[in-house]
Design a protein around this ligand. Structure first.
Ligand code: C2O
Ligand code: CU
Length: 472
């Protein structure tokens, strides 16, 4: 009798183990749980337009054309420290790409020698789906010796970045990223423009690729727009020493009625961007000894005390009308993040869950083009998660039941702290199959990934498979 019990128990364990395995090759459309968010169901899979065909206009001379060559190697930071990682055209961050609103942007990515393959994802840019750069979802990884061309129109002015979305955790941490800024077309710039990507390379916290204090020339009294971009896996706390500042934009969307901020820090989610308006001389601190000083050459500005408070964007600025009505949503989804002991791809551990399930048994959120979509993101997993939806900007409606009373707060990367619940809403206006994941890319690797799929879109790519696509 005990032998039978043991066999049955082993059998059950074996089945549990087996059923946790992630197939070596699969379409993201076949994984997880279909979720229509209370809206009408629709057939999906077989017929429709392929992700590969959801492109920008194919012809026309690009206004901005860039070629980026990816390499795996050790390299020197601009401040001299040697690190092991990845470069684009010989450096990390890669070239700062700048366009004007309405420009046709063309980027040719060549993979010189990154063994795992590479892609480029236009983080925060609501590009057509085929240009989204996710290995196994919107393209195959670019193997060594191969190339891939991205083409899209820079529709929305703002601060963005680009990064590999193949083996993303290792490649982004190792430096395979750069900044992308879209300047408004109309009128002269209201301020001097400075781009400040913050990244930690093997323990070295940098601004624009340098440790320590980096100085950018600015005349005393000049207004400067500092575009702070967080390309790390954790939240970035930034503040301005010696001056007040104004938060002009968050995640590439202008805030309305922003007011002057003093003695408060600002938390930037992993993948998040903020535009700070300061008056020179000013010192933008990002923790440790690392800072950006804007001021006349030779300016020395000591770090002020780190503020004890964080600015709350839920009540910052003044409201502006929305172009859609989130009270009449076509679909409402839950994105509940938890954590439990279980098997992920056969490995026992304390893993992230989405709506109670482990990857790949996670939701597939289905929408139709034109839907107004609400999503409730809650987190009781014991850690913070910077949640990033590709291809769309969403507006924050509330946090923990408290409605947003400040500026319309558009996000594409939203820090959801442990214990917090956010309600967000967006218009499904960009057909495709889009990742919706945690931008702590280590967490994404550990299964904190779901997707948003449009009715009538089919998926020709596979995760794994011959191209060894491994998006996270
Ligand atoms: Cu910047 Cu899917 O990520
Ligand atoms: Cu996370």
């Amino acid at each position: 009798m005990p032998a039978v019990v043991a066999v049955v128990a082993l059998g059950a364990l074996g089945w549990y183990w087996f059923s946790s395995l992630v197939p070596s090759s699969y379409s993201v459309m076949d994984m997880g749980r279909v979720d229509y968010g209370g809206g009408p169901a629709h057939a999906h899979g077989a017929a429709g337009v392929s992700v590969a065909d959801l492109t920008a206009p194919a012809d026309g001379e690009p206004d901005v054309a860039v070629t980026l060559a990816a390499r795996a190697r050790s390299f020197d930071l601009a401040s001299g420290e040697r690190v092991q990682g990845y470069t684009l055209n010989g450096s990390s961050p890669g070239p700062a790409i700048q366009a004007h609103q309405g420009d046709l942007v063309q980027v040719t990515l060549t993979n010189v020698d990154v063994p795992d393959g590479v892609t480029l994802h236009w983080h925060g840019v609501d590009v057509p789906n085929a240009e989204d750069g996710v290995a196994g979802v919107t393209q195959d990884a670019v193997r060594p010796g191969e190339r891939h061309v991205y083409r899209f129109v820079a529709e929305d002015a703002g601060t963005y970045c680009y990064h590999s979305h193949q083996v993303a955790d290792a490649q982004v941490r190792g430096g395979l990223f750069g900044t992308f800024v879209v300047l408004p077309t109309a009128g002269a710039a209201d301020a001097q423009d400075v781009t400040a990507p913050v990244h930690t390379y093997s323990g070295h916290r940098t601004v624009a690729g340098r440790t320590g204090v980096t100085t950018v020339d600015a005349a005393p009294g000049a207004r400067v727009r500092v575009r702070v971009i967080n390309t790390d896996n954790g939240a970035l706390r930034t503040w301005v020493s010696g001056a007040s500042y104004t938060v002009a934009a968050v995640d590439a969307r202008d805030l309305s009625g922003p007011t002057e901020v003093r003695d408060q820090a600002l938390l930037i989610a992993a993948g998040g961007r903020v535009d700070l308006l300061v008056r020179a001389p000013a010192r933008v601190d990002v923790g440790g000894e690392t800072a950006l000083v804007v001021g006349p050459r030779g300016t020395r500005l000591a770090a002020g005390p780190e503020p004890g408070h964080d600015l709350d964007l839920l009540s910052y600025g003044s409201p502006a009308p929305l172009s859609f009505d989130p009270e009449h949503a076509d679909r409402s989804f839950q994105y509940r993040i938890g954590r439990r002991i279980g098997l992920l791809d056969g490995k026992p551990g304390f893993w992230w869950t989405i709506n109670g399930h482990l990857f790949p048994d996670v939701p597939m959120f289905h929408v139709s083009e034109g839907d107004v979509v609400r999503m409730t993101i809650s987190n009781d997993s014991g850690d913070v998660h910077p949640m990033h939806l590709h291809g769309h900007h969403a507006v924050v409606l509330s946090r923990n039941g408290v409605p947003s009373t400040g500026s319309t707060w558009w996000i594409d990367s939203l820090d959801v702290a442990d214990g917090d619940t956010y309600e967000i809403a967006f218009v499904a206006d960009n057909p495709g199959i889009w990742m919706d994941h945690c931008h702590n890319l280590q967490h994404a690797r550990d299964g904190l990934v779901a997707h948003l799929a449009y009715a009538g879109v089919t998926e020709p790519y596979r995760v794994g498979g011959g191209a060894d696509n491994e998006p996270e």
